[in-house]
Design a protein around this ligand. Structure first.
Ligand code: KG4
Ligand code: ZN
Length: 346
């Protein structure tokens, strides 16, 4: 039995988890800063790192207590070292190094995106390991289609040319006055709306697996403005149909994400599609993917789609099994890309 303590502080969640053999969650503690950042309409990096400093020790203690474990029971520590906010990543990496040094434990550096992927192996939500698989990773900073040929073997097929899917949700939510974080707010508003109410553009970028969401965002901006004539004509002002716009936007994003993922799965004869990242918590995306996919689809439970440390321990377990541990020179890499274990890692 291998017990790994995962630590995640790449953005605005301070998280620690104890996971057995890369799949059984013994504890999964997440301290969210969302209420603090909501007043700024997005993550305020300096405040995020200060909050991590305050929370990291109690969160790790909670994770150990809930797992009925002590530091003596651990086999290794796995920590996110990128991509993410430098000041936030530093808090987790230094906490992990301190514990690893004090207890002479192996230290594993985990790529946050690889963590999102391995959320699909937690609590056996996908214990089938039929490679190749196609993964759609959609979060606040990333929108990528990845071919996974085996454990730790990735090929990036496409990425966003402008905004990430989650970023588009957050920006459109702001345009609609729905607040932060935008994804859950849009989903909630869309429940009362008609997804066919407005015909919004889909950037297919045929012949590639790339995405673009900036045109869609601009189309929503123009649509909102069309309901708000100049102030001098205030009498003619119409109420913005927020629910219908939210539903139409959500449908446009889901259409493109799902159809391109399916195409990739067909081209590379994937036996399974994996959904990963914060945006995969979206109900419309989950429903559309399940309805249109031609192969089985794995989608982590909502809590594991969002940032957490159990997924970092799960990815770390695979690296540990391959003997990929890191020295005290492990540093944060804010712009880290998804890399294969085959070949050198940064
Ligand atoms: O993976 P994540 O928790 O953090 C990053 O690694 O970025 O993803 C956060 C993103 C945010 O943009 C948030 O608006 C989006 O995921 N998100 C959603 C939903 N829940 C979170 N987007 C659409 N629908 C949701 N239900
Ligand atoms: Zn994330």
């Amino acid at each position: 039995m291998t017990l790994i303590l995962g630590i995640e502080t790449s953005c605005d969640e301070t998280a620690a988890a104890v996971v057995e053999d890369g799949s059984k969650i013994l504890s999964n503690v997440v301290a969210s800063q969302v209420e603090i950042h909501a007043q700024y309409g997005g993550v305020f990096p300096e405040i995020a790192s200060r909050e991590h400093v305050l929370k990291i020790v109690p969160v790790i203690e909670d994770a150990l207590t809930q797992a009925h474990a002590t530091l003596d029971d651990l086999d290794a520590l796995a920590v996110t070292y990128g991509p993410g906010l430098a000041g936030s990543l530093l808090v987790g990496v230094n906490a992990a190094k301190a514990i690893a040094f004090a207890r002479a434990l192996p230290l594993i550096g985990v790529n946050h995106l690889e963590g999102h992927l391995y959320a699909n192996w937690l609590d056996a939500s996908a214990d089938e390991k039929e490679f190749p698989m196609i993964a759609l990773i959609v979060s606040g900073g990333h929108s990528e289609i990845v071919l996974m040929r085996g454990e730790g073997d990735y090929e990036l097929l496409g990425h966003t040319l402008d905004d990430a899917a989650g970023e588009a949700f957050d920006k459109v939510a702001r345009l609609l006055g729905l607040g932060y974080p935008g994804g859950p707010a849009i989903q909630k508003a869309a429940e009362q709306g008609n997804p066919s109410a407005f015909k919004l553009p889909r950037a297919w970028l045929r012949g590639t697996y790339d995405f673009s969401f900036s045109g869609l965002k601009t189309a929503v901006l123009h649509l909102v403005q069309s309901f708000k004539p100049a102030l001098s004509e205030a009498k003619g002002q119409k109420r913005v149909p927020v629910a219908d716009i939210a539903a139409s936007f959500q449908a446009a994003v889901a259409d493109v994400l799902v159809d391109k993922t399916r195409q990739a799965a067909e081209e590379f004869r994937a036996t399974r599609i994996l959904l990963a990242g914060g945006v995969s918590a979206n109900a419309q995306l989950r429903k559309t993917m399940l309805a249109r996919a031609h192969v089985p689809v794995s989608i982590p439970p909502i809590k594991l789609c969002l940032d957490n440390a159990a997924m970092i321990a799960a990815a770390g377990f695979r690296q540990f099994a391959r003997g990929e541990t890191r020295g005290w020179d492990l540093d944060v890499v804010p712009a880290l890309k998804l890399q294969s274990a085959v070949g050198s890692r940064q």
